[in-house]
Write a protein that binds this ligand. Structure first.
Ligand code: ADP
Ligand code: MG
Length: 420
């Protein structure tokens, strides 16, 4: 594996504040705890042997309590802080040891940073703030103005280009901060608590906006937050930091379901699973399906053998055609009908696999039939019955959770659905 297959690779990274890192490292080698090292010597190991790799286009969230070293870490990534030891490899090139001239070029071409306190120039208009970086690079007035207008349009600030920052709300100001980074079109965005100063509702808007933008932009994003909900919402992967160390790296589901230690467990204990788990995590293999050309007798046989009262019907491409109720099937059979297609019902819910549980709850509550999980081209991917929604929220997703479900479970689920 070559190094430059990763967009960002951090190896054995340390940042030690206090001016005598050798002393700190010696004590650390002797097994002295960092907190004691700090108390005894004033040497603060703010980033302690951190290692990770980030893929191109990934949103990598670093989460941890205040003081755990998040800001120090992200500032090492563009050498706003000089790492004490270790490597920061961007697109295969180690930033550590790079000449300051080269470093400036790499920063300018590849990295943009967004801070918590926006950091706008108060006496410049919005557009002047946004094109500042282009101005520094000597881009012509016409060109930089056009590019700044385009980016402002993209983040929903059309019409505010000539406003002053203090005329804008906090959320809008942070959009300007984001625009200022985006206008330079960096491959990497470093965002340090970028939304933490915003009111909860505005903050959620910004998170949604970032997710939307990211779908188009495909940047590599390192996003710092102390907020678990934000981390779970935004992160492809999350690194949990504690006292300068990364104690776990994993997908949101992994962090939630397999916390590496008590620190992470405490962190995730109160989280609302319904806001993290999605339909695809709780859906089951469709029990049985019949082609719409099949007759009612075949359908009845299948439903009986599976112990279910309704069955989804698909075509040859597995595309969902409708659902057949057992009562309708019996009527069809009694009437001597050969095909079930005349009796197909469509009053069931159809959702995509990335639907959040929280959005599923109201559907499941009054659903007559199982919920169908379908792909964009309407292929039936799975079914969800009410009880799986409930257990998806309450149950610890441990290892004996089989993704397809045993037939025993399926029967129980179907029974409940029959009884309601
Ligand atoms: P976080 O961003 O997770 O809140 P920081 O990276 O800001 O944490 O801080 C980590 C530790 O490093 C803290 O103990 C903090 O006091 C210390 N620290 C941060 N910046 C400096 C600095 N410039 N000089 C000395 N110590 C610092
Ligand atoms: Mg910080």
């Amino acid at each position: 594996m070559s190094e430059n297959q990763y967009h960002i690779e951090v190896k054995n990274l340390y940042k030690i504040f206090g001016g005598n890192p050798k002393q700190a490292m010696e004590l650390k080698e002797e097994g002295v705890e960092p907190t004691k090292i700090f108390k005894d010597t004033g040497q603060n190991i703010a980033v302690n042997d951190v290692n990770f790799q980030i893929e191109r286009g990934e949103t990598f969230v670093v989460m941890g309590l205040s003081g755990s070293g998040k800001s120090t870490l992200i500032r090492c990534l563009n050498r706003l802080h000089e790492p004490t030891y270790g490597n920061v490899i961007i697109e295969g090139e180690d930033l550590v040891g790079m000449s300051s001239e080269k470093l400036r070029t790499v920063r300018r071409k590849k990295m943009g940073m967004v801070f918590q306190n926006f950091g706008l120039f108060p006496h410049r208009t919005v557009v002047q703030n946004v094109y500042y970086g282009l101005e520094i690079q000597g881009v012509s007035f016409e060109e930089r103005k056009k590019r700044a207008y385009d980016v402002l349009d993209m983040v929903g600030l059309k019409g505010y280009e000539e406003s002053m920052p203090n005329e804008l709300s906090g959320g809008m100001q942070q959009r300007v901060g984001l625009s200022r980074a985006l206008v330079l079109d960096p491959a990497i965005l470093l965002m340090d608590e970028a939304f933490s100063a915003l009111d909860p509702l505005i903050r959620r808007d910004m998170q949604d906006e970032l997710l939307d933008l990211q779908e188009k932009m495909q940047k590599t994003i390192v996003f710092i937050t102390h907020d678990l909900d934000e981390a779970l919402k935004l992160g492809d992967r999350i690194a949990v930091m504690y006292q300068g160390r990364i104690v776990q790296i994993g997908t949101p589901e992994e962090i939630l379901t397999e916390p590496a230690d008590d620190y992470v467990r405490n962190f995730v204990e109160d989280v609302d699973r319904s806001k993290v788990l999605r339909a695809e995590h709780i859906m089951k293999q469709p029990l049985a399906m019949v082609d719409s050309k099949d007759g009612p007798k075949a359908a009845i046989r299948k439903m009986r053998s599976e112990g279910i009262s309704s069955i989804f019907v698909v075509n040859k491409k597995r595309q969902l055609q409708g659902i057949l109720d057992i009562n309708d099937a019996v009527d069809l059979a009694d009437a001597g009908k050969r095909s079930v297609s005349s009796a197909l019902r469509t009053d069931y819910h159809e959702i995509s696999p990335d639907t959040l549980l929280i959005d599923l709850l109201p559907l499941a509550r009054d659903a007559k039939y199982p919920i169908a999980v379908v792909s964009e081209d309407k292929r039936l991917l799975g079914v969800i019955v009410r009880v799986s929604v409930i257990s998806g929220i309450t149950r610890d997703y441990d290892n004996d959770q089989t993704s397809n479900g045993s037939s025993q479970n399926d029967r129980a689920d179907s029974e409940e659905e029959v009884n309601e």
